[in-house]
Write a protein that binds this ligand. Structure first.
Ligand code: ADP
Length: 209
């Protein structure tokens, strides 16, 4: 929520000298009490000020810059994404498993020979194949991956809420962050449930919750 100049001034006065009555605030601003009544109502309703009968207004401690909901809407994929781990579609399932351990990720993105997104490999995709197949060194990942056009993805400028909703709706743990190119989708990042948890926590810390 954006405060206007007068509301900001009122907040400063209360912060310094609260508890203070509406009458005294008006005096300090050289305005009539009735003139500042709507501003006081807005500041109180928005939670920036608390009012006690016969005591006056005092500062609630809430930061005036942004409400939690504005902060949440402002969180963009690009601010929280991680580095993507990609493998080529001809890599063996065995090598993909090694890569997953080495890079310590839960999902690998698969790219074709022009480096465009062609599939996704999850932990369970690899586990399922390992149970049912013996020659993992000879089996290329393109045989077992979830492939385009069935890949759910997002873009840097999308809100984190939008990305979280996609993950929940599709029951998946991560999304590739892509840039659309004429040859296909270039993978530039990765959003996981861990990123969403980190964002949730940063919001709480920012608002001193
Ligand atoms: P796990 O299977 O290890 O629990 P996920 O829930 O992320 O991990 O994956 C479930 C299934 O959805 C897997 O078959 C996987 O290939 C597929 N999948 C994962 N991420 C995506 C995505 N972004 N788009 C489409 N399919 C995906």
């Amino acid at each position: 929520m954006e405060l206007n100049k007068r509301q900001t001034e009122i907040l400063e006065i209360v912060k310094l000298d609260g508890p203070i009555t509406g009458e005294q605030i008006a005096e300090r601003l050289k305005l009539a009490r009735a003139t500042i009544r709507p501003d006081l109502a807005i500041l109180t309703m928005a939670g920036f000020l608390d009012a006690r009968p016969r005591v006056g207004y005092f500062y609630s401690g809430k930061k005036p810059t942004q409400s939690v909901s504005d902060g949440m809407i402002g969180m963009k994929v690009g601010d929280f994404q991680s580095i993507p781990v990609v493998v080529n579609e001809n890599v063996s399932v065995y090598d993909a498993i090694c890569q997953m351990f080495l890079e310590d990720v839960g999902t690998l993105f698969v790219v074709d020979k022009s480096s465009c997104l062609s599939g996704v490999l999850s932990r369970k995709d690899l586990l399922r194949t390992s149970i049912g197949t013996t020659e993992l060194e000879k089996l290329p990942v393109h045989v077992i991956m979830t492939r385009m056009p069935n890949i759910t993805y997002c873009k840097k400028q999308d809100t984190l809420i939008h990305a979280a909703k996609k993950m929940m709706d599709k029951q998946i743990d991560s999304l590739p962050v892509i840039i659309e190119k004429s040859k296909g989708l270039e993978v530039v990042g990765r959003i996981t449930k861990t990123n969403i948890t980190a964002a949730f926590l940063s919001l709480a810390e920012e608002h001193e919750l």
